[in-house]
Design a protein around this ligand. Structure first.
Ligand code: NAI
Length: 306
C-alpha cells in the first residue's frame, strides 16, 4: 500500500518515519517547499538498512507523484504559536487544507483521508466537503492523541504502566474536548476507584490544556511525536483492517443527536475507513459538553466559509 503525507513539517515527517519504520506502507511526502520533502525522503531512505525495512519513501512538490494512494494524511498548514488558540489558525489553514484535499483526490479518487491540520474538526469537515467522498472515508485525528495524553497523566499520577491505562476523549479538539473520566480504567479498574474527584478534575484540565502546555514550553510550533504516533495508529488500523475502536473526528448524521457536523466519537477503523460509529450512553453533563463542543465547531465552519 501507499500513504501520501501532505505537509512534510514536523508532524508529517515524523509520521512518514513511523509508517515506513513500522513497515506499514510506502510513503510519499509532499510539501510546497521545494527540495525539502525530497531531502527528508532521502534521509529516511538512508536509514532503511539500519532500521531493517524495505519501504519506498519519496518526496515531491507535485500531486501527480501521489497517484493511487490508499490513504492521504493532511498535515499541511500552520501550527500554533504561544498564546494562540487552534481557532486562530482557521482561515489560513482552511485554504491550505481545501487546496490539498482537492489536489490529492484528483490523483487518488479512492483514498481514505485522515486530517491532522488544526483547527482539526473544521478542517476535517472542509476536507469531507472538498473531496465529496462518502463520510466513512474522511476522518480527523485528535481523540487518539487527547486520549493518550489523558492516559499519560493518569499513569503518571498513579505510577502505573501507561499501556495499562485506557481512556477515551470525545468532542472537538480544543478547550471544549470531552474526556470521559468515568469510562477510564487501569486494567479494568475504574479510575474513580483509584483517584479522588479533585485529582481527576486536575488531570482532565491538564488533558484539555495538553497541546498548549507543549506549545508554551517549546515556543516554536507544538507537539509532533505523540501526534505522529496517534496518526500512525489510525493508519495501521485501516491498512491492517484491525477494527480498532478509537475516538475519531467523524461526520455525523444523527448520531449523538448531531447532524452535518464533524466531531470526535468512538469509531471502528478498518479497511473501509470508519466501519461504524458507536453510540455510547452519555450522562446529561457529557451530552451537554458534546453539544457545546459541536456548537463551537459549527460556528467555526461558518467563519471559515465567510
Ligand atoms: P510544521 O510547520 O512543522 O509543518 C507544516 C508543513 O506544511 C510545512 O512544511 C509547510 O511548508 C507545509 N505547507 C504549508 N502550506 C502547504 C501547502 N499549501 N501544501 C503543502 N504543504 C504545505 O507544522 P506541524 O507542527 O507539522 O503541524 C502541522 C499541523 O498539524 C498544524 O496545523 C498543527 O496545528 C496540526 N497539529 C494537529 C494535531 C492534532 O491533534 N490534530 C497535533 C499536532 C499538530
Amino acid at each position: 500500500p501507499r500513504v501520501t503525507v501532505v505537509g512534510a513539517g514536523r508532524v508529517g515527517s515524523t509520521l512518514a518515519q513511523r509508517i515506513a519504520e513500522k513497515n506499514l506502507a510506502d510513503v510519499v511526502l509532499l510539501d510546497i517547499v521545494e527540495g525539502m520533502p525530497q531531502g527528508l525522503a532521502l534521509d529516511l531512505l538512508e536509514a532503511r538498512g539500519l532500521e531493517l525495512h524495505n519501504r519506498q519513501i519519496s518526496g515531491t512538490n507535485n500531486y501527480a507523484d501521489t497517484a493511487n494512494s490508499n490513504i492521504v494524511v493532511i498535515t499541511a498548514g500552520f501550527p500554533r504559536k504561544p498564546g494562540m488558540s487552534r481557532d486562530d489558525l482557521l482561515k489560513i489553514n482552511a485554504k491550505i487544507v481545501v487546496d490539498a484535499a482537492k489536489n490529492a483526490i484528483a490523483h487518488s479518487p479512492h483514498a481514505i483521508f485522515i486530517v491532522v491540520t488544526n483547527p482539526l474538526d473544521v478542517m476535517t469537515y472542509l476536507t469531507w466537503q472538498a473531496t465529496n467522498l462518502p463520510r466513512n472515508q474522511v476522518m480527523g485525528m485528535a481523540g487518539v492523541l487527547d486520549s493518550a495524553r489523558f492516559e499519560t497523566f493518569i499513569a503518571l499520577e498513579l505510577g502505573v504502566l501507561p499501556a495499562d491505562v485506557k481512556a477515551m476523549v470525545l468532542g472537538s479538539h480544543g478547550d471544549l474536548m470531552v474526556p470521559l473520566a468515568r469510562y477510564a480504567t487501569v486494567n479494568g479498574i475504574p479510575i474513580t476507584e483509584l483517584l479522588d474527584a479533585a485529582t481527576i478534575e486536575r488531570l482532565v484540565e491538564r488533558t484539555r490544556n495538553g497541546g498548549a502546555e507543549i506549545v508554551e514550553l517549546m515556543h516554536t510550533g507544538g507537539a509532533f511525536f505523540a501526534p505522529a504516533s496517534a496518526t500512525s495508529l489510525m493508519v495501521e488500523s485501516i491498512l491492517l483492517n484491525q477494527s480498532r475502536l478509537l475516538p475519531v473526528a467523524a461526520y455525523l448524521q444523527g448520531e449523538y443527536g448531531l447532524n452535518d457536523i464533524v466531531i470526535g466519537v468512538p469509531c471502528r477503523l478498518g479497511c473501509g475507513g470508519i466501519e461504524n460509529i458507536l453510540e455510547l450512553t452519555l450522562s446529561d453533563e457529557e451530552k451537554t459538553a458534546l453539544q457545546t463542543s459541536a456548537n463551537s465547531v459549527r460556528q467555526n465552519i461558518q467563519r471559515a466559509q465567510e
